[in-house]
Design a protein around this ligand. Structure first.
Ligand SMILES: *[C@@H]1O[C@H](CO)[C@@H](O)[C@H](O)[C@H]1NC(C)=O
Ligand SMILES: *[C@@H]1O[C@H](CO)[C@@H](O)[C@H](O)[C@H]1NC(C)=O
Ligand SMILES: *[C@@H]1O[C@H](CO)[C@@H](O)[C@H](O)[C@H]1NC(C)=O
Length: 578
């Protein structure tokens, strides 16, 4: 049995069970695999037999399409095979029911770049199209090359300028280019082991489909071509992305519901390395229908402008988002690209003054380690508070990596836009209820960026029921707030944080039991051993907050995790150079 199919099976079992457990504590092991019966003998249809040349220049469209039609005639479907070392230049390829394309490692499909290589209507502009296709796929270790470089005609060092077709069917003039692979209104589609290279727009677009897997693919896009995204999933069910390495200018993985009629349900992203000049993972922006049971686990996000973005802007809602065993590295890129070095950025805001906006509820981050130039942002709004957010075993180390200006809060898209000249806190929360921070560590690295401010910042009177257990703050830098207080770094940060909370809540009940004394003896330091714990209870009107701050030995260590990551980074570098 093929290992990747086993993996797919495991993913599907997990997916089907996730729906039921999204609001419980339990997590299912990925090993819960099912046996998939041995596939019957395959019918092979050779493109060479149908006259394909494979010289990289001649259009082989007709031969490839004839091989697909040949295979599609068989009741069991079949596999379209290509020659080793072939370079097949083609206009759009439409895959039919039961057909899989199989490309050997040395084989490349080159996407045509002429307008007449694609259909009349923008909605159908895909190089390889699965449309109402069941039991289809593309597999092998070959390459599908979008030839993005041939679309570039200039631009700046920040962003390349690319050709867009002038076509009445395309309503966004800056995005009138074809996508590489489209899976539309299809089911049981697998994209397996492929190199998907240099797309001039989205690399894989999965739309209104069910049971789709993209496994072990390397997706590489030019880091300076706008909209060259990795995998975009719109309103689909049971989608499994396993062990993909994705490096693209636009988002590596995007999950959306642009149409009210199609919700997004059961997504599992397991394993993989993601890098983007925008967001590595983005859920939303387009959010007109429900998103439920989306799980992301065992993922490394590297060198991205934003790590995990959850953005609700429309009438849809989001429920049951889980992020587990993830490392995130973010830093600033040019302002031309969306993002602001935030490792986690969750926002629920109306798109325009008239928008009815849904709710975000039950979002969990567990075992997530971030190194970032800016902080975690959790921002609901008057119209849409965020309900139920857990950060458990979450570490954030603030590290300066670039000289780009920071100090802004990005509420785009929407009426609030970008708010400039603000300070950056490691964790910023507004308009949110039932928030639990459980074993959260903040490390201020050095040198410090000038805008860095508090470990935890809460907008006054917008956060109800915040539960904090074990928040560790460690200051390695001579950062401005540390210097302010002669008492030393960790303690200074903690005291500044406490003062900030106190001011923000305008507390008249300053029940900070013994905190000052404990802080002075050092229990708030990152590694200090102490059995002392401090409980602060602040009751202000409807605000109920409990803080338990204690020093413990041997809590999870970020540095060890960072070292463990280097092998994965090496793999990523290799792909980036390919
Ligand atoms: C996690 O992902 C990495 C890289 O994608 C992979 O090598 C590793 O085997 C995965 N670990 C588990 C437990 O799935
Ligand atoms: C996270 O990693 C731990 C330790 O490697 C493992 O036991 C756990 O099952 C993983 N959780 C998920 C959801 O992958
Ligand atoms: C988090 O990591 C710990 C230690 O590796 C592991 O025991 C635990 O199962 C993980 N949590 C989840 C939700 O996977």
């Amino acid at each position: 049995m093929n290992a990747s199919y086993r993996h797919f099976g495991a993913g599907l079992v997990l997916l089907s069970l996730l729906a039921g457990v999204s609001c419980q504590e339990e997590y299912l092991p990925i090993e819960a695999a099912i046996e998939i019966p041995e596939a019957p003998k395959e019918t092979l249809c050779s493109v060479k037999d149908h006259g394909a040349v494979g010289d990289g220049d001649t259009y082989d469209t007709a031969a490839i399409q004839a091989a697909i039609d040949d295979c599609a005639k068989h009741p069991e479907g079949g596999v379209v095979i290509f020659e080793e070392n072939g370079r097949y230049h083609s206009a759009q390829i439409v895959v039919k029911n039961g057909v899989r394309l199989r490309l050997p490692k040395t084989t490349t499909l080159l996407a045509g770049i002429k307008r007449e290589d694609y259909p009349k209507i923008y909605d159908d502009w895909y190089f390889i199209l699965f449309s109402e296709c069941t039991n289809c796929g593309i597999e092998g270790e070959g390459r599908v090359d979008g030839q993005g470089s041939l679309w570039v005609y200039g631009g700046t060092a920040e962003q390349k300028a690319v050709t867009n077709w002038d076509d009445a069917s395309c309503t966004m003039p800056k995005q009138c280019r074809p996508h590489l692979i489209g899976v539309k209104a299809s089911s049981l589609v697998t994209i397996e082991g492929m190199e998907l290279y240099d797309a001039v727009h989205w690399t894989v677009h999965i739309e209104h489909s069910e049971t789709v897997a993209v496994n072990n693919c390397n997706i590489w896009g030019d880091p300076l071509i706008p909209n060259s995204a990795g995998i975009v999933i719109d309103g689909s069910k049971r989608v499994y992305l396993g062990e993909n390495t994705i490096s693209t200018a636009d988002n590596a993985i995007t999950v959306r519901t642009p149409q009210a009629s199609h919700g997004m349900e059961l997504l599992l992203v397991d394993g993989g390395i993601l890098q983007s000049r925008s967001s590595a993972i983005q859920i939303g922006h387009e959010s007109r229908a429900m998103f439920s049971s989306l799980a992301f686990q065992n993922i490394s996000i590297v060198q991205s402008h934003r790590g995990i973005a959850v953005a609700l802007r429309d009438e849809g809602s989001m429920e049951g988002l889980q992020f587990t065993n993830i490392t995130v590295e973010t830093f600033f890129y040019e302002r031309a690209w969306l993002g602001g070095a935030e490792p986690i950025h969750i926002t629920a805001l109306p798109r325009s003054v008239n928008t009815e906006v849904g709710t975000i509820s039950d979002v969990r981050f567990q075992n997530v380690t971030c190194t970032a130039e800016a902080g975690i942002v959790v921002a609901g709004s008057v119209d849409a508070t965020i309900e139920g957010l857990v950060l458990e075993n979450v570490g954030i180390e603030l590290v300066q990596q670039t000289d780009y200006a920071g100090g802004f809060l990005d509420y785009r898209p929407g009426v609030r836009g970008v708010v400039d000249d603000v300070q950056t806190s490691a964790i910023f929360i507004e308009f949110a209820n039932h928030i639990s921070l459980n074993t959260v560590e903040v490390v201020w690295g050095k040198p410090a960026r000038p805008e860095w401010s508090q470990a935890l910042e809460i907008t006054p009177r917008t956060v109800h029921a915040l539960h904090v257990t074990e928040l560790f703050v460690h200051d390695e830098s001579a950062h401005p707030h540390g210097r302010e207080d002669q008492g030393g770094s960790a303690r200074a940060t903690m005291m500044a944080w406490v003062r900030r909370i106190e001011n923000n809540l305008r507390s008249s009940n300053k029940a900070f039991l013994g905190l000052e004394a404990n802080a002075a003896s050092g229990v708030l330091g990152r590694r200090a051993a102490s059995s002392a714990s401090v409980i602060i209870i602040v009751l202000v009107a409807v605000v109920f907050m409990v803080f338990v701050v204690s020093g413990i030995v041997g809590h999870f260590d970020m540095r060890a995790k960072r070292h463990a990551r280097t092998a994965e980074e090496a793999k990523f570098e290799k792909v980036a150079q390919a």
